[in-house]
Design a protein around this ligand. Structure first.
Ligand code: KIV
Ligand code: NA
Length: 263
């Protein structure tokens, strides 16, 4: 596998080939994830939960994201690295630019932020200045206190329509990728078909262009995990085997199944 870029991912979507994203937060796992054949690595602010022991991603700071992004990028070989802008790191244009630049200079190839229409100007501003953007819609964990819990989004016709409208808007603003988290399968399939940019799903059913899981969840290391997670360590002799099994399961369409999806 050569160096993965955003054009590799566009070509894969056009060819109907699924690609894979796995989170990583340190050098060792970045190397294993890349060697397992995942096209993209996400340095997620989920590190607030799985690394720092917080109950949400809200306490995660920019310095944490920059540190873990640098650790990952030192060891990654071929994957494209996406780094999360954490809570309140993109609330003004100045902060958005400064913080996105920090993650790019730590080695990321793209930044991710949570939200829709309200982020249009930020997205075009970043792209115009050379920073590719991955947007994130559906269950956006930085807004857990607005949602009143980690709940499936887009279940009513009105909210489904608004997620679709957000998706179109962020593509028009110049986003290169979209993560859809915890939405009904039919909505995720519809959005993936309507958009030209690749859509990466988590708890969004089998119809997206790619899948992402949190590393610790797919290795069965998280205390309790949501319905969409499968423990890929089951029956495997090593972490390397589990990672390769996940990559192959996404590519073959074996994961996610109906039992991992919301209707
Ligand atoms: O922080 C993270 O790991 C994420 C994924 C779950 C999409 O944003
Ligand atoms: Na995140």
């Amino acid at each position: 596998m050569g160096k993965i870029t955003v054009s590799t991912l566009d070509k894969m979507k056009a060819a109907g080939e699924k690609f894979v994203c796995i989170t990583a937060y340190d050098a060792t796992f970045a190397r294993l994830v890349s060697e397992a054949g995942a096209e993209t690595i996400l340095v997620g602010d989920s590190l607030g939960n799985v690394i720092q022991g917080h109950g949400s991603t809200i306490p995660v700071r920019m310095e944490d994201m920059a540190y873990h992004t640098a650790c990952v990028c030192r060891a990654n070989t071929d994957a494209m690295v996406i780094a999360d802008l954490p809570f309140m790191a993109y609330s003004t244009p100045e902060e958005t630019l400064r913080n996105a630049a920090t993650l790019m200079q730590a080695g990321a190839q793209m930044v991710k932020l949570e939200g829709g229409v309200w982020l249009s100007d930020s997205i075009s501003m970043l792209v115009e200045r050379g920073i590719p953007v991955c947007a994130h819609l559906g269950l956006t964990p930085q807004s857990v206190n607005v949602f009143g819990g980690y709940r499936v989004q887009g279940r009513t016709p009105k909210s489904a329509k608004s997620i679709l409208a957000d998706a179109v808007e962020i593509q028009d603003a110049g986003a290169s990728l979209l993560v859809l988290e915890c939405v009904p399968s039919h909505l995720a399939t519809d959005i993936s078909e309507k958009l030209d940019i690749p859509v990466i799903g988590i708890g969004a059913g089998p119809g997206t262009d790619a899948q992402v899981l949190v590393l610790h969840d797919l290795l069965g290391l998280s205390g309790h995990s949501p319905k969409f997670v499968q423990n890929f360590m089951d029956g495997q002799a090593s972490v390397q085997d589990a990672l390769r099994t996940f990559v192959q399961a996404v590519k073959s369409g074996a994961y996610p199944g109906e039992e991992h999806s919301y209707s």
